[in-house]
Design a protein around this ligand. Structure first.
Ligand SMILES: Cc1cc2nc3c(=O)[nH]c(=O)nc-3n(C[C@H](O)[C@H](O)[C@H](O)COP(=O)(O)O)c2cc1C
Length: 314
C-alpha cells in the first residue's frame, strides 16, 4: 500500500483571518503592499514542506474597508513575483468565472504556469459579492444557479484554449525558420450561451497543460461543479461529522462523473492556535477559553472606536 501523505496549503490572508487582526501589535500591516513580505512567507512555507500557497480574491472593494484591511494585491500578478523567489511550491490564485472572460484568464494562467515552471493553480470561484456586478456593467449580480451555469461553460472554453496548442507545436527552430507548427495549433470555434471564442490562445501550451483546478463550492451546484472539475477542494467545517459527510459526497459524485475519486484532494481549513500548552492555546485571543473571543485587540495599543463586535471573515 502506498504511503499516505498530508497535503498542506498555506492560505495567506495578508491581514489575518479575523477582521481586526491587522490592528494587533504583532501585525505587519505596513507590509500589505510589499511584495518581499509575500515572497518571504512563501519561501518559509516552501522550506517547511507546504505544497502550495493560496490567495483569495473578489473583484470589488469590501464595504467595511473603513475598519478592516480587506484589500489586497491581485493574486496572479502577486504569484508571478512569488514564482521568481521560490522553486517548488504550488501557486494558487483565485479568479472569478462570473467577472472575467475565458480568453483573458487563459493567457494570465498560461503565463503564470510558464513563469513558474508549471506551478500554477486556479481557485475557481463564481463570486458571491453582489457589489462586483456594478464594476462590470451588469444591472445586478447573477443568481447563484446562473453563475454556476456560466462557470461550466467557462471551464469548457478555457480548457479548450489551453489545449489549442498541442504539446510540441512550438518548434522554435532558427535553422529551418519554423517557429510554430501551425498544424498543431487549433482554433476552438466556440459559440455558446455565454461565450463566443474562436481561439487559438496566443501563448503556447503551459508546462502543466493547464493550471491545477481548485474549487470550494459547498452548495448543491458548487459540490457538483467541484466533483466534476476540481483536483483540490477547499472546505471549512465546524464538526467532524459534517466534514466526513462532505468528503463522502464529493467522492461519490466524482465517481458518478467517471473520475477517480482518489485523484481529488479535499483540503479542510484549520486556524491553528499555537502556544506551549493546550490551556495557553485555548486562552489566546479567539481561543475557546478566551475571556472575550470577540476581542482580538486585547494586546493592541490602538484605540477601538468601532461599534459592535468584530467579525470573523465569512
Ligand atoms: C477556503 C475557502 C476559500 C475561498 N475563497 C474564495 C475567494 O477567494 N473568492 C470567492 O469569491 N469565494 C471564495 N470562497 C467561496 C467559495 O468559492 C464558495 O462560493 C462558497 O464556499 C459557497 O459555496 P457555493 O458557491 O457552492 O454556494 C472560498 C471558500 C473557502 C471554503
Amino acid at each position: 500500500m502506498s504511503k499516505r501523505q498530508l497535503s498542506l496549503n498555506f492560505f495567506i490572508y495578508p491581514d489575518g483571518h479575523h477582521e481586526a487582526a491587522w490592528r494587533h501589535k504583532a501585525s505587519t500591516t505596513d507590509r500589505i503592499l510589499d511584495v518581499t513580505y509575500y515572497q518571504e512567507l512563501a519561501q518559509r512555507a516552501e522550506a517547511h514542506k507546504f505544497g502550495a500557497v493560496f490567495f483569495a480574491d473578489a473583484p470589488a472593494l469590501a464595504d467595511n474597508v473603513r475598519y478592516a484591511q480587506w484589500f489586497r494585491l491581485e493574486p496572479i500578478t502577486l504569484l508571478a513575483a512569488i514564482a521568481s523567489a521560490t522553486k517548488r511550491i504550488g501557486l494558487i490564485a483565485t479568479a472569478s468565472t462570473t467577472y472575467s472572460e475565458p480568453y483573458n484568464l487563459a493567457r494570465l494562467f498560461a503565463s503564470l504556469d510558464h513563469i513558474s515552471g508549471g506551478r500554477a493553480g486556479w481557485n475557481i470561484v463564481t463570486t458571491s459579492s453582489p457589489q462586483a456586478a456594478q464594476n462590470f456593467g451588469l444591472p445586478e449580480h447573477p443568481p447563484h444557479h446562473e453563475r454556476y451555469e456560466r462557470a461550466r461553460e467557462y471551464l469548457d472554453v478555457i480548457t479548450r484554449l489551453w489545449d489549442s496548442w498541442e504539446d510540441d507545436a512550438l518548434v522554435n527552430d532558427p535553422a529551418s525558420g519554423i517557429f510554430a507548427d501551425t498544424a498543431k495549433i487549433h482554433s476552438i470555434d466556440h459559440i455558446g450561451k455565454h461565450f463566443r471564442v474562436r481561439g487559438p490562445l496566443n501563448v503556447s501550451r503551459p508546462p502543466q497543460g493547464r493550471p491545477v483546478y481548485v474549487q470550494a463550492g459547498s452548495s448543491e451546484d458548487g459540490r457538483a461543479f467541484a466533483a466534476r472539475f476540481a483536483e483540490a477542494i477547499f472546505t471549512a467545517h465546524q464538526t467532524l461529522a459534517s466534514a466526513q459527510q462532505f468528503y463522502a459526497d464529493i467522492k461519490r459524485q466524482a465517481r458518478a462523473f467517471d473520475r477517480n475519486p482518489d485523484q481529488i484532494k479535499i483540503l479542510p481549513g484549520i486556524s491553528p492556535f499555537i502556544a506551549s500548552t493546550q490551556l495557553e492555546a485555548d486562552r489566546l485571543p479567539g481561543g475557546v477559553q478566551c475571556a472575550d473571543p470577540a476581542r482580538i485587540l486585547a494586546d493592541s495599543a490602538a484605540p477601538d472606536d468601532r461599534p459592535g463586535p468584530h467579525r470573523l471573515r465569512p
